[in-house]
Design a protein around this ligand. Sequence first.
Ligand SMILES: *Cc1c(COP(=O)(O)O)cnc(C)c1O
Length: 357
Amino acid sequence: MKKHNFNAGPSILADEVIDNAVKAILDFNGSGLSLLSISHRTKDFDAVMAEADSLFRELLHIPDNYKIIYMGGGASTFFYNIPANFLNKKAGYVNTGVWSKKAIKEAKHFGEVEVIATSEDKDFTYIPKGFEIPADLDYLHVTSNNTIYGTEYHEDIDSPVPVIADMSSNILSRPIDVTKYAMIYGGAQKNLAPAGVAFAIIREDLLDKIERDLPTMMSFRTHVEKDSMFNTPPVFPIFVLKESLRWLKSIGGVPEIYRRNQEKAALLYDEIDRNPLFRGTVAKEDRSLMNICFVMADGYEDLAPEFLEYTKQHDIVGVKGHRLVGGFRASCYNALPKESVEVLVKCMQDFEQLHKK
Ligand SMILES: *Cc1c(COP(=O)(O)O)cnc(C)c1O
């Protein structure tokens, strides 16, 4: 298993996380049972949940007045759950791409939606800035990292209304000030776990704003009150998420992973900027550390399929760009080693020597 895994999601996990998952599948905690066939209502699984909670809090400095919940259904479930719970009159959304658009579409089922800023005018190649946030919004929704277009907010937003952020693809990749957000959520399959679980970090007072009479499973109150145990939680992905948090702590936590992520991204962006065969696709100041998008430069467009084939020959997986953007996307999530980026950069350099005009 030695491919350089640049998949956008589900995506790379640390080797030791996968090793521990394998062990637990064979024998969970010496119980003689597989992790795949234990009851979620056992002491041993309670311990997994408790450890995930305390590690998440420690790594992100999450204050006590925030609750962390886990649910199946993915980030997409939150696209409708969030407005169902919190959109009473009007919500504001920043439209920075495909995922934002999907969130906006679902919110419209529940009330008035104001798109208060958008980067659609330039094909989502930048993050809108300096926009005014109306004070009468129930909340403001942002997508902190745009997995498909490769743009990312590099600062937490100051807002007079509660900010709700989809952090599916950059959770725990850089330091954030959790207190600037009323709610943070995401699918865990980009940086933390295999597919099957979504997480949410919710400030408790937000729950007081729920006015709608909601089905039990749709209300965040249910999941907070029952500690994500109202129904069967996704046992296996939560275990792996806990292992990813352990791994992250063991290497030095968020400051260290941020340093590594910056280092990896700089390596690749420097090559994109230097190499005459390639060019980046988004505004430099908004470049994502997680999803690095690039295309063949003018005059070299025809070489795209050949470069993709070339990367495959060098054990590189998953750099084909999203069909909406084309070109290439190298997802450099937390667990991706620097060595993999170096191999990709070397490929770009060798390809340049083969084809430079
Ligand atoms: C992948 C992704 C989603 C969708 O997640 P699902 O868990 O598949 O629903 C939503 N938002 C962002 C930013 C993503 O990267």
